[in-house]
Design a protein around this ligand. Structure first.
Ligand code: ATP
Length: 371
């Protein structure tokens, strides 16, 4: 069993920096867990503590059933893959992959068997006698993965392993690592600052900020039910639109009061807002770009009254869809994702609608989600 359990883990640097603040999580056997967050949020430090490269200030760390706080990195049964690949330049690919196994006194035959098998899985069999400098970035990354695989560890730790690759290769390696995960059937803990990587790879995602876990959930739940405004803004591209305004009651309906935008909440959402005391309070309204519609028919058929008066600033053509940016909703810049066939152009005046079943409201003080 390769369950990894972090129990109230803290990392303090000196007296002032709490890099990781009460990290408490059970990572399941064979789970692909992604730690994601902006620079400095503590994700690498968390991973390095699991690896044993950083001392734990407080709390208990278990790998399987063993408390490993005081166990040396080499005895933790983990393998780590770094962003920098960390290959030995004077050794060829075969020697790089063999190095860790030799240290652990594996027999020559066993080393060879494991290297050939890993090389086959990663499609690098033809590169075994090359030095790292004679490899492309993608090939080096495969070798770094190979070196981890041959160890057959209980847990793989990966710290931004794809960030040095170009965009196309990154997408390709993403799939490779997922396939590898299915094939090896081990636990992977993966650190990235890239929300797309987190969304596409993780069984579960941990979103961190300022050393604190903000939310732990599946990609779908993180996307649809962010617990606060930070998570809502961090996950999703282009990011969720936020508009500040006030909830008021008009003719028996709850409405969101902000310039150039009209929202009359559907029953279930109005009920929640009333129950939680948000009538006549300032809030932040959130709507994802794909939940804004250009289609007039949709607006007319929409039972939950919503509209935005917009003058288009910029249109980004993504091929299958357009990202339409407009700023005349109060002072707020907003963006909508619409069908490329709409033919929207800068300076056009348009009326947009929203799918209010997908809208969010956040407390303007705590930034916690009401829904
Ligand atoms: P990045 O994506 O930039 O690597 P991160 O989320 O991985 O960021 P960490 O590297 O874990 O963040 O750093 C978390 C916090 O701890 C940061 O504020 C960082 O400045 C601080 N920190 C990290 N290492 C040390 C250290 N050795 N001494 C003091 N502070 C440190």
């Amino acid at each position: 069993m390769a369950k990894v359990s972090l129990q109230h883990i803290y990392k303090k640097f000196g007296n002032n920096v709490i890099a990781v603040n009460d990290f408490h999580l059970e990572i399941e056997d064979r789970e692909f867990l992604v730690l994601v967050g902006p620079s400095g949020c503590g994700k690498s430090t968390t991973l390095r503590m699991i690896a044993g490269l950083e001392e734990i200030s407080e709390g208990d760390l278990y790998i399987g059933d063993r408390r490993v706080n005081d166990v040396a990195p080499k005895d933790r049964d983990i393998a780590m893959v770094f962003q920098s690949y960390a290959l030995y330049p004077h050794m060829n690919v075969y020697e790089n992959m063999a190095f860790g196994l030799k240290l652990r006194k594996f027999s020559k035959a066993e080393i060879d068997k494991r290297i050939q098998e890993a090389a086959r899985i990663l499609d690098i069999s033809h590169l075994l006698d090359r030095k790292p400098k004679a490899l492309s970035g993608g090939q080096r990354q495969r070798v770094a993965l190979g070196r981890a695989i041959v160890r057959e560890p209980q847990v793989f730790l990966m710290d931004e392993p794809l960030s040095n690759l170009d965009a196309k290769l990154r997408v390709q390696m993403r799939t490779e690592i997922l396939k590898l995960h299915q094939r090896l059937n081990t636990t992977i803990i993966y650190v990235t600052h890239d929300q797309t990587e987190a969304m596409t790879m993780g069984d579960r995602i941990v979103v961190m900020k300022d050393g604190l876990i903000q939310q732990v959930a599946t990609p779908t739940d993180i996307y649809n039910y962010p617990v606060n405004q930070f998570v809502a803004s961090f996950i999703g591209s282009p990011a969720m639109n936020f508009i500040k305004g006030r909830i008021t009651e008009k003719e028996g309906r709850l409405v969101f009061d902000a310039p150039h935008i009209h929202v009359s909440f559907p029953e279930d959402k109005a009920k929640l807002l009333k129950e939680r005391g948000y009538v006549n309070k300032e809030v932040t309204f959130g709507i994802r770009p794909e939940d804004i519609y250009s289609d007039n028919q949709f607006i007319e058929a929409n039972p939950f009254d919503s509209s935005i008066e917009a003058v288009i600033d910029v249109v980004e053509n993504m091929g299958s869809e357009l990202y339409v940016y407009f700023t005349n909703v109060g002072e707020t810049q907003m963006v909508a994702r619409v069908d490329a066939r709409e033919g929207f152009k800068p300076r056009m005046s348009v009326k947009l609608g929203m799918d209010l079943s997908k809208c969010h409201v956040f407390d303007s003080e705590t930034e916690l989600a009401v829904f």
